[in-house]
Structure formats: C-alpha cells, structure tokens
Design a protein around this ligand. Structure first.
Ligand code: HEC
Length: 439
C-alpha cells in the first residue's frame, strides 16, 4: 500500500494535515482501472471457454494472476501482436500503450486493490468490424477430430461455387471449435492446380490431408485469401480492391489444431469461411509472395544444425517483371500500392522484417517482427497504403535459432538439431513476405 502511505507523509508536512495535497494520483484499483483494460484488450481470448487457458473475468482471477499479467504485458507477449513498434502505422493496432502497461505495473505495486464495486464497468464486447456482407459460405466438407498431440496441421479442400470468374472483396474465418483451432490460412487454388491438391486429399484417409506451412503444392503459385489467428477478425479488403478467383478454383483451408486445452471428446471441429464477393472491382489486387527464388529452387537457404543465429535476406526491384509475376494484375515498369503485409517463418524463426529500400531516401519499414511466433500469424494493414516505385527494392530478412535449446517439441519429443532448408514441412523453414498490392 505504497500510495496511501505516501499520501499520509505528504499530508503530515502539508498545511496542518487537513487538506489533501493535489497531484496525488488516486490509487489504481481493479474496478476502476484494470478491469476496463482487461475487458477491452484481453477478454477476446481470456474468458471462460476462450482460446486462452485462463480467464480474468473477476477480481479474484485478476488477483491470482497479477504477477503473470504484469510480466506478460511488460514483455509485450500479451496481447499477442507480432508487429514491433517504430515501423509503420497499422489499422487495428492492438499494442498496449506505455501508459496502459504502466497501469498494470502500478496496480500490482500499490497492492492490487479491488476498489469500489460501484465503479465496475459493464462488460462490453469489443465491436467486431467483420464483413459488411456475406455472399458465400464455404464449409469443411465434414467434421474433423484432431488426434495428434499437441499439434496437428490439416488441409481441407473446399469448393468455390461460382461458375464465372469473380472477386473476393472480404473474408472472415469462423473457427468451428476455438478450443482446438489455433490458426487458419485460406489459400486459393487456381483451376490448373486443383488436380494436385485433390490427389493429396485422396491419398489420405479421413477428411483432408496433412500439410504444414502451405497447401502442399510446392513451387507453384498459390495465393492467400486470408488468415486467422485467435482474436482476429474478418474484414473487407481495402475499398475498390478485390482478389480474382477463377471459376473452377478451390479453396484450401489449412488448420493448425492444438488440442492441449481441450479435453478428449471436445475436440471435433467444423470450420467455415464467409466471403464477400463482387463481379467486378475497380482495382484488381493480389497477394504477392516475396522470397528469394534461389532459396526455393536451388535450396540455398541452409540453416546449419546448432547455429544460434542464421540470417538470410533478399532485396530486389520486381517492377520490370511485375506483368509476369502478377499475371497482368500490375503492369511491368509501374509503381504499385501496398495495403498490408505479413511475414511467414516456421518453428525455428526468431525475427523477420519487410521493408522498401530506397536510393537517396529513407527506407520504408513495412513490418518488423522482433520476436517471431508461429502461432500468431496475421496480416497488418497500413493506415495509409505504401507506394513502391521502380528503382525501389523490396527486402525481406529473417533470422533463425537452430540450437538445441530452441528446438520445437513435436509428438511429445524435443527435436535434435539438424541442418534445415526451405520447405513445406514442420522440419523445414521459410522466409516469406506476403503483400496485398494493386496498381
Ligand atoms: C488474441 C488472444 C489473446 C489476447 C487478446 C490476450 N491473450 Fe493472453 N493468452 C492467450 C493465449 C492463447 C495464451 C496461452 C498460450 C500462450 O501463452 O500463447 C495466453 C496466455 C496468457 C497468460 C499466461 C501465460 C503467459 O504467457 O504469461 C497471461 C498472464 C496472459 N495471457 C495475459 C494477457 C493479458 C493481460 C492480456 C491483455 C492485456 C492478454 N493476455 C490478451 C491469448 C490472448
């Protein structure tokens, strides 16, 4: 109870001890200060039955977890939001402000008081921007129950029902069972690749097939329709833009299941996606994947066993080739707009960064992930779209830790370090930038 004591001391040397000096902040309490923060910034996941294993609904729960809460916010592990500070301004920025972080710390320092019950704020669910309309709902063909412990990565092939070419202008993943669905990526599979994912699906018993990092169509051009991690919300794509989906395409939903928080018998999932579509859009957009082609085709991204910090980067100006890279969505030699960015590594990744390098001008940071976490992948939309001009270079940089301590636990066993290279599996790595772009 440091603050009341301080107030007493100050009163004693004030004007006769009768007037409370000003500038003494009222003590931080759960009801007045902490609970509203928790409701707004933590409750999306930390509620009974939510994705997080603990909930902070009551003062008693907050008190029980006070030190863990403080540590989680001070290290910025919570709320999970990988984009680091000082890079770009994003819509839907979920980072706590320094003042909010300090409130948690001061509450604990001052004795973690409950405060006046009449000051409790009503629980309001954070408004979900979501989709402004739903034109299509694509569901997993049948329910699936993950059996691998703790993690299972499974791909499901979903029909795209449109019989003419059209555009996706917004997407939302609706996880069927949030206790087991850890994250979801939706890929568009163009007609010419449908046979290869169908073959993967047919080769395995049960719904879907095993996959990791991508839909398993290695080396071929696949685009993301979108991704979901807990707490993530669906959204419309930037105004006037959309992703073309050809008639005859499929959508592959890659679902990462983690069953550790769900008792056996409560692990069945039926996830769906809702899509807003349009017949035409003003600006065709696309998700451009960015990596060094040599990493993929020549396997040059070698990460030696036991190396503590391996780094690769790739900077290049794609504008002369954009017509071919984007199938005509962006003209060669033209500037283009970048609306959002995401990064993708696998389990050994420690940090990564995407930026536009400019000659004679400051570089433009798009996304900096100082602490990579495979479980919290999402894309980060810019408040103002960035412009990439001919002569600029797009740079992606990644770091990995392949030491013994950093190995993931898979199937209950810590892996033994071995040389790792680019690939789709849990035992391989990637260093991929994904940008939502249009002319
Ligand atoms: C997007 C979902 C989400 C949000 C929002 C979120 N958490 Fe969490 N939190 C989790 C999940 C999932 C776990 C357990 C697994 C893990 O640590 O990743 C967790 C674990 C924790 C833990 C216990 C383990 C640890 O890592 O220390 C604490 C404490 C915690 N969160 C505090 C908070 C606080 C405080 C907030 C709000 C300021 C918050 N979380 C917001 C999902 C979330």
């Amino acid at each position: 109870m440091r603050a009341p004591l301080l107030a007493l001391l100050l009163c004693a040397c004030g004007s006769g001890g009768t007037v409370l000096p000003r500038n003494i902040p009222t003590p931080i309490t759960w009801n007045k200060d902490v609970q509203p923060l928790v409701a707004a910034r933590c409750r999306a996941c930390h509620l009974p039955g939510g994705i997080a294993p603990i909930s902070f609904e009551t003062y008693a729960e907050g008190l029980k977890w006070k030190d863990a809460i403080r540590a989680a916010v001070e290290t910025r592990r919570m709320p999970p939001y990988l984009a680091g500070p000082g890079c770009a301004e994003y819509v839907d920025d979920q980072r706590l402000t320094d003042a909010e972080i300090a409130t948690f710390g001061r509450w604990v320092d001052q004795g973690a008081a409950e405060g006046d019950p009449s000051q409790v704020q009503p629980q309001v669910d954070v408004p979900d921007p979501g989709l402004s309309r739903v034109d299509l709902t694509l569901k997993m063909p049948e329910a699936f129950t993950p059996t691998q412990i703790p993690d299972e990565y499974r791909c499901f092939v979903l029909d795209w029902p449109k019989t003419t070419d059209s555009y996706a202008v917004g997407m939302q993943v609706v996880p069927g069972n949030t206790r087991v669905v850890h994250h979801v990526i939706a890929f568009v599979i163009p007609p010419e690749q449908v046979a290869s994912v169908q073959a993967l699906d047919d080769a395995e018993a049960g719904p879907g097939y095993t996959c990791f990092g991508g839909p398993g169509t290695s080396g071929q051009r696949t685009t993301w329709l979108g991704a979901w991690a807990p707490g993530g919300k669906g959204s419309m794509y930037p105004p006037d833009t959309g992703l073309e989906v050809k008639a005859g395409s499929k959508v592959v939903l890659q679902v990462h299941y983690n069953v550790s928080a769900a008792p056996a018998g409560e692990r069945t999932d039926l996830t769906r996606i809702d899509v807003a579509t349009a017949e035409t859009v003003k600006r065709k957009a696309m998700l451009m994947l960015w990596a060094n082609p040599d990493w993929i085709s020549k396997k040059t991204m070698t990460i030696p066993a036991f190396a503590k910090d391996t780094r690769y980067s790739f900077a290049f100006d794609p504008t002369p080739y954009m017509g071919a890279i984007t199938g005509g969505v962006i003209g060669s030699g033209m500037a283009f707009k970048v609306y959002s960015a995401s990064l993708h590594q696998h389990l050994l990744g420690t940090s990564s960064k995407l930026e536009i390098l400019r000659d004679n001008q400051p570089n433009e940071c798009l996304l900096n992930v100082p602490r990579w976490d495979f479980h919290w992948q999402r894309s980060y939309g810019f408040k103002t779209p960035k412009v990439f001009r001919p002569g600029d270079r797009l740079n992606v940089e990644c770091h990995w830790d392949n030491s013994a301590e950093a190995q993931p636990v898979l199937d209950g066993q810590k892996r033994v370090p071995r040389e790792v290279n680019w690939g789709e599996g849990t035992d391989s790595e990637m260093c991929l930038g994904v940008l939502y772009i249009s002319q």
